[in-house]
Design a protein around this ligand. Structure first.
Ligand SMILES: [Zn+2]
Length: 377
């Protein structure tokens, strides 16, 4: 056994955001839980990211990644011992009392970080609820026209679910370039707003799709002001989606639950309703939320093993006996499948007796494509 250097723990207790200032790493902007910008080693614009929750960094291009010590190594070109010493000073033989004091400090720092995260989470939930409770019913608005454009016609869906509403003047915000916590309005316009609710039914996030009915797919086209020739997504989620879902159809007696990643896919499944008994149709918001945390490591990328320590991960209500995830056409079907499998396996472990399946419309296709094909084919 190697005697672990207690300074490594001390280094891990240092908040990454503070370290960025101390290292004077410039140009990082805050986007949901991350600092993103140029890599201190290989440059670029946005290839480098620091995950503030996991307190690790990663560069998509040069592959640099790691913890606080690795960041010092990367930014200052030091080896491990030098970086550790730069961070926390030279190694000393510590007395048990000093070690205990160090542990106390580390735990206090961890607690402060956790509290700050919870505060930030509560703040975004409040912002999301404020938006949700100022929206209008979707019927008779552009939301109806948008869904019709996507093949979800009035004939197929006579009544819109109350989890979908309309905001005629939704603000699309982006971070101010070169800052970490300042935001600016890029676009104001009509949006379909969907409520993401937690297991108790409380709204914790809003999922917004900005609309432009003159576009073929009905969604707004937003050029990215920071990246020439690239577009920003027309959809955004504000708030805390973790463990939540958008309940498009929720039948208390339903033993079958169908979940898609996107709203249009889930709507398409809802109007197709291929079952003889009632089913609930929930949208899982994104793959990561459907998967929950996965066990990762050598050889595990495609294994689809859920990390059962993730106690906020989504699981279906206890009344559900059969859970079906819809797999969208995707650039990396293997990874998509691994994520869906992780989510289904978690659900089966948490809900003994549950059966699970993946519905896969085919490579490069999703259910909404098929629905649209029915219309035009
Ligand atoms: Zn790099």
């Amino acid at each position: 056994m190697v005697d672990a250097d207690p300074r490594i723990d001390a280094a891990h207790a240092m908040p990454m955001a503070e370290l960025v200032d101390r290292l004077q790493i410039a140009g990082l902007v805050r986007t949901s839980g991350e600092l993103v910008g140029p890599c201190p080693s290989c440059g670029g614009k946005d290839r480098f990211g620091i995950n503030l929750q996991k307190q690790i960094f990663n560069c998509r291009v040069c592959g640099a990644k790691g913890d606080q010590i690795a960041l010092v190594q990367l930014a200052l070109g030091m080896d491990f011992p030098a970086a550790l010493e730069w961070l926390v000073g030279p190694r000393q033989e510590l007395t048990p009392a000093q070690l205990a004091e160090q542990r106390r400090k580390r735990e206090a720092a961890e607690r402060r970080r956790h509290e700050a995260e919870e505060k930030a989470r509560a703040r975004t939930i409040r912002a999301a609820r404020k938006i949700w409770f100022s929206t209008q019913p979707a019927e008779g608005t552009q939301v109806r026209e948008y869904l019709t454009l996507r093949g979800i016609t009035r004939e197929r869906l006579p009544v819109l679910p109350p989890s979908i509403r309309f905001d005629p003047e939704a603000r699309y915000m982006i971070p101010v370039s070169g800052t970490r916590d300042e935001w600016q309005t890029l676009h104001v316009g009509p949006a379909m707003v969907a409520a993401v609710v937690d297991p108790s039914g409380r709204v914790t996030a809003v999922h917004r799709t900005w609309l432009d009915l003159s576009q073929p797919k009905g969604k707004v086209i937003l050029p990215d002001p920071h990246k020439d020739g690239e577009l920003l997504p027309a959809k955004k989620v504000l708030g805390s989606k973790k463990g939540g879902a958008i309940r498009l159809a929720s039948d208390r007696d339903a033993r079958i639950m169908v979940m898609g990643e996107g709203l249009e896919t889930t709507f398409s499944a809802l109007v197709a309703h291929p079952y003889l008994e009632p089913a609930s149709y929930w949208c899982g918001v994104d793959l990561g939320n459907m998967a929950g945390r996965r066990k990762l490591g050598p050889g595990l990328k495609y294994a689809g093993i859920p990390d059962m320590d993730d106690d906020r991960a989504w699981v279906p209500p206890e009344s559900v006996r059969r859970l079906v995830f819809i797999q969208d056409g995707d650039s990396d079907p293997r990874l998509t499948r691994a994520k869906l499998e992780a989510g289904l396996r978690r659900a089966m472990m948490r809900r003994p007796g549950l059966s699970a399946a993946i519905a896969y419309p085919g490579e490069g296709k999703d259910l909404n494509d098929i629905l649209m094909g029915d219309d035009h084919g």
